[in-house]
Design a protein around this ligand. Structure first.
Ligand code: PEP
Ligand code: MN
Length: 356
């Protein structure tokens, strides 16, 4: 049996349930690959009207029938109290809240109120926009309805910029979620992050390297003919091949040499970090002196020429030392912002005292 399936929460199935045949064939193949948790959307939130919007209640019946035929658990997206009632009526095992619902506290609360009193597990996708609080808020609302089994699904965030992803992953946001809510399993949905088949492996491997707890991957018996998200779906065979190539890494090791070496390196990093902070503090002291000097000579805080010179030279210096120049520029933007703030305080304090 595939080690990803053995060690991680593995969910697969079509973007949408389209017909009894499509569902049966896809699920049958997935089950023979060892997948036991099947996803299928029955109500599809589509960007434009007149696209395939899912088969609704009739598709819930197909899913229920397949539960009789195969030993599977089913999961579907719910976006309203009515969806919840129907999903419960047809024995759906796990609900998920889609990205377009997580952005809307009214919608999430409606779902929370509808599931109160049940113990159905709920998976909560990140909101469309990169807002950690909205994601955490949705988790809190569902938890507040008495649901203990909650997981988070990372499906990427929408972006104004053209990127190689359909929904750029912005990994720091799910990492931050994990830092705040460490007990909540984190599942990666590489299908909606990548938006195509070629980048699925790369996104899955990155999720495993970041110690994610599971994967949810869109899988269809005939992906090219899929009625939604055709470009990103793969066949159960391709899925099996992809899963077998992924490398599972350990969250930690008991190897004593490894632990000692890691400790030693972390010690060095601690020292360097201390030096970095001391240097920044020293730089801020100089900025303060410069602020006083500018004030005494009645010149403005912002000197555009000087700032331009900094934004050009620092990334170049970084580049020579093999540092990403964009990183260096970002660091200097933050430092500069703080310098301006400090000098503004110096200027304000002076005007206060002259007014008194
Ligand atoms: C889906 O899983 O098919 C879906 C609609 O996802 P999302 O809410 O992440 O867009
Ligand atoms: Mn989809």
């Amino acid at each position: 049996m595939n080690s990803v399936i053995n060690n991680l929460i593995t969910i697969a199935g079509p973007c949408s349930a389209e017909s009894p045949e499509q569902l049966d064939q896809t699920v049958g193949q997935l089950v023979s690959q060892g997948i036991r948790t099947i996803r299928a959307g029955v109500w599809k939130p589509r960007t434009r009207p007149n696209q395939f919007e899912g088969k609704g209640e009739e598709a819930l019946k197909w899913l229920q029938e397949l539960k009789g035929k195969y030993d599977i658990k089913t999961t579907t997206e719910v976006a309203s109290a009515q969806h919840v009632d129907l999903a419960l009526k047809y024995d759906i095992d796990i609900l998920w809240i889609g990205a377009r619902t997580t952005v809307n506290p009214f919608g999430v609360q409606e779902i929370a109120d509808a599931i109160r009193g049940t113990s159905i597990p709920v998976m909560i996708k990140n909101p469309i926009n990169p807002d950690l609080s909205l994601w955490m808020g949705a988790i809190e609302r569902i938890n507040g309805a008495g649901i203990d089994q909650i997981s988070a699904i990372h499906r990427g965030f929408s972006s104004f910029q053209e990127t190689r992803f359909r929904n750029p992953p912005m990994w720091q946001i799910p990492i931050e979620l994990k830092a705040n809510l460490g007990h909540i399993p984190l599942i990666c949905d590489p299908s909606h992050i990548a938006g195509n088949r070629t980048m699925l492996f790369e996104v899955c491997q990155k999720a495993l390297d970041l110690n994610y707890d599971g994967l949810m991957i869109e899988t269809h018996n005939n992906p090219d003919q899929a009625l939604s998200d055709a470009q990103q779906q793969i066949t159960p065979d391709v899925l099996s091949d992809l899963l077998s190539k992924l490398r599972i890494r350990k969250a930690s090791s008991t190897d004593i040499t490894f632990i000692n070496q890691l400790d030693e390196l972390r010690d060095k990093v601690d020292h360097v970090d201390r030096e970095i902070i001391e240097m920044i503090a020293a730089r801020m002291k100089m900025v303060e002196q410069i602020g006083n000097y500018k004030r005494d000579n009645n010149v403005t805080i912002l000197q555009m020429e000087r700032w331009k010179q900094i934004t050009e030279s620092r990334p170049e210096w970084g580049n020579i030392l093999d540092l990403n120049p964009d990183l260096v520029l970002d660091i200097y933007k933050l430092i500069h912002q703080e310098s301006i703030k400090q000098q503004t305080d110096i200027f304000n304090n002076t005007s206060d005292s002259t007014l008194k």
